[in-house]
Design a protein around this ligand. Structure first.
Ligand SMILES: Cc1cc2nc3c(=O)[nH]c(=O)nc-3n(C[C@H](O)[C@H](O)[C@H](O)COP(=O)(O)O)c2cc1C
Length: 205
């Protein structure tokens, strides 16, 4: 794992002829889906954009960053603009389904979630939901590296434009993650990683 993390980098130029297998993509999607989230609510969704035409439009809304069209696969993390009771309800139903518990046993948990999230404005809720999406992003990055697949996390794009292009109404695009294989011409692959030393990162008290 240590080697995989040293090997990965935010790929700037992909080889557009190399495709990630569907099997590997499924593993990456499963990894994202297995990320922990606050309350387990998973308040984000993924859009896999396969249409070349859409990817062209999205690239224009991403400051012309080439991974948007040239990577093998592109996913967009979206979050809910509002947390309606329907969303919490569907989570409760899923718990009942998976754990075979009685719905009534979950009512305090359900009220707790609704109580906390109900106090947030739409902007605060988007921020809270987006924090959860970043955890998924991290899991996707690590799984891709583990599989020897290159990736690029991106927040350098016009989010409202993305919403328009993808015709999102209740949802809002917050993150892009591309997957594929690096081009030999991508010089950034040779750059040494710049990170804090552990002494700079960690304080012991
Ligand atoms: C949330 C997030 C957003 C990022 N957005 C972009 C982006 O829009 N375009 C880009 O080329 N790199 C983007 N990066 C990549 C970072 O610049 C890169 O991860 C950082 O410089 C560390 O380098 P490394 O990942 O190659 O080790 C983003 C990274 C993260 C985690």
């Amino acid at each position: 794992m240590k080697n995989a993390l040293a090997w990965r980098y935010a790929t700037q130029k992909y080889d557009p002829t190399k495709k990630v297998s569907e099997e590997d993509m499924q593993e990456i999607l499963e990894a994202i889906n297995s990320a922990p989230t606050s309350y387990g609510l998973q308040p984000f969704k993924l859009i896999r954009v396969k249409s070349d035409e859409l990817r062209k439009q999205l690239r224009a809304a991403s400051y012309d960053q080439s991974p948007v069209t040239d990577a093998s696969d592109l996913i967009i993390f979206t979050v809910n603009r509002n947390m309606d009771s329907e969303h919490i309800d569907s989570y409760m139903k899923r718990i009942v389904e998976v754990r075979q518990v009685e719905r009534e046993k979950l009512s305090r948990f359900e009220q707790n979630i609704a109580g906390v999230l109900g106090t947030l404005s739409s902007a605060e809720l988007i921020a809270w939901n987006t924090k959860q999406a970043y955890i998924g992003l991290g899991f996707g990055l690590v799984m891709a590296a583990h599989l020897g697949i290159d990736s690029t996390p991106m927040e350098g794009f016009q989010k409202e434009k993305y919403d328009e292009i993808l015709e999102l109404k209740d949802d809002h695009a917050v993150l892009v993650l591309t997957f594929g294989y690096r081009s030999g011409e991508d010089h950034t692959q040779h750059h040494r990683k710049v990170r804090k030393t552990l002494e700079q990162l960690v304080t012991i008290k």
